[in-house]
Design a protein around this ligand. Structure first.
Ligand code: ZN
Length: 63
């Protein structure tokens, strides 16, 4: 089963708000997805907090 949740993040390169789908059934993970606006590779870091809620961080590749 896949659980895709739509969230809004802000591109760490150009600052645009982006709707993205995150597969929260896969647990903690990280992956790259290109910004739909500036095409830069955004690093998505998905992790679970102690309540089992998932948290999504976005970072620049060069951080
Ligand atoms: Zn961007």
């Amino acid at each position: 089963m896949h659980a895709l949740d739509e969230i809004i993040i802000f591109c760490p390169y150009c600052g645009e708000a982006l709707d993205v789908l995150v597969d929260t059934s896969a647990g903690a993970q990280h992956y790259y997805e290109d910004c739909a606006v500036c095409c830069a590779p955004i690093l998505f870091i998905v992790s679970e907090d102690e309540n089992g809620e998932y948290v999504v961080d976005v970072k620049r590749d060069d951080d």
